[in-house]
Design a binder for this molecule. Structure first.
Ligand SMILES: [Zn+2]
Length: 372
């Protein structure tokens, strides 16, 4: 079956393309992720002009590698599966990208053996089995997808603990829990190699988390990344939450807001910034309307760039349900928060999600007069 995406043409096994989440060779639901990747690579090349080589670590159909090669990157595609390697090679040839290298190898062995400026980990499930090898030899930018959202957000608790060496908790901000558990685990992997991480673009849906980490190869940078880790304390009754920096937890026994004792502790999570607004604006400008997902990808960039740098978000509908009050229009709700002197922004996690520096009690006090 023939598909076109971002100006390249690919042959993919037909039965794999019917919107199946687990599609092995080509997942059409990840097109926005791939369009954003190309735009990010373009913006990154402007930011760091020494970056020229790109590894598509789990190449499958070769779609990421083909698109990067067509965009001028010095591409290596790798897969352990022979069928995938053949398919990637054909797709590179079909798009006149014969200069790209295709490796039929265990990608961990390849990453320990060779240096790449940019490495793209796009596995099915958790990327953690590949993280150490990636940090060992990636120079500039590590792009990571995780599709195991249930372990990441604490819904599959033991699996999350095993994969990420952290305690995830299932809260009303589950996609962001996934983001912060993933980046925490990656920061700790990087630190073992004296590499510091700085997330410059991160987005999450119910299907996957994607983050782009700029790397600095210095022990002090690794220390600085570890300093961004900490714990989240969360009240299941009133949705109060608190961030506590540092690796040693000091959990709250009772909720400071409602006095309840159904408190959860999650951590270590990444409490630092997950976006670089200026970089995201540059990424947005690199999304041409010839990309099928351009309107959605540009809108996502706008939301990400404006998102407040707070470690958790709220969902207006979940708060209102908890308070037994009807919800109102998001713009009015956020305007009430700002009028009361708080910072407030929409969040990209859903149409009724937002970020603020107000606590759950302050949010209610600032908005309930207009909830009717
Ligand atoms: Zn509470």
């Amino acid at each position: 079956m023939r598909v076109t995406e971002g100006g390249v043409e690919l042959e993919v096994p037909g039965e794999q393309t019917e919107g199946i989440e687990e599609a092995v060779f080509y997942n059409p639901r990840q097109e926005l992720n791939r369009d954003l990747t190309i735009a990010t690579l373009r913006a990154y090349r402007e930011r760091e002009d020494r970056a020229t080589s790109y590894l598509d670590a789990m190449t499958a159909s070769g779609v990421r590698g083909v698109r990067a090669a067509a965009d001028g990157w010095d591409v290596t595609c790798c897969d352990v599966d022979e069928e995938a390697v053949d398919l990637a090679r054909e797709n590179l040839e079909r798009n006149d990208c014969e200069a790209a290298t295709v490796e039929h190898w265990n990608v961990n062995a390849l990453m320990h053996d060779s240096t790449f400026d940019v490495i793209d980990l796009d596995p099915f499930g958790t990327p953690m089995p590949f993280a150490d090898a990636a940090f060992a030899n990636c120079r500039d930018l590590l792009c990571v997808t995780a599709t195991d959202t249930a372990p990441l957000c604490g819904a599959h608790f033991n699996s999350g603990v095993r994969s990420y060496s952290a305690v995830p908790r299932n809260t009303d901000y589950h996609a962001e829990m996934g983001v912060r558990i993933l980046i925490s685990a990656l920061a700790r992997s990087g630190a073992r190699f004296d590499v510091g991480v700085e997330p410059i673009l991160t987005h999450a849906t119910s299907h996957y988390v994607r983050t782009y980490l700029e790397l600095t190869h210095k022990p002090t940078a690794a220390d600085a990344a570890i300093d961004e880790l900490g714990q989240l304390y969360h009240c299941e009754d009133c949705l109060y939450r608190e961030a506590d920096p540092g690796l040693i937890a000091d959990p709250l026994e009772t909720c400071p807001h409602c006095g309840g004792n159904r408190m959860l502790t999650a951590g270590p999570v990444w409490l630092g910034a997950v976006q670089d607004s200026e970089f995201i604006a540059a990424v947005r400008d690199e999304i041409p309307y010839t990309f099928d997902t351009a309107p959605a990808a540009r809108e996502l960039c706008d939301t990400l760039a404006a998102e407040l740098d707070e470690p958790t978000h709220y969902d207006q509908h979940k708060l209102c349900r908890n308070w037994g009050l009807p919800a109102n229009a998001m713009d009015d709700f956020l305007a009430d928060l700002r009028e009361a002197g708080y910072a407030a922004s929409r969040a990209h996690y859903g149409g009724t999600t937002f970020k603020t520096d107000a606590s759950v009690g302050e949010i209610r006090a600032a908005t309930e007069g207009n909830l009717d």
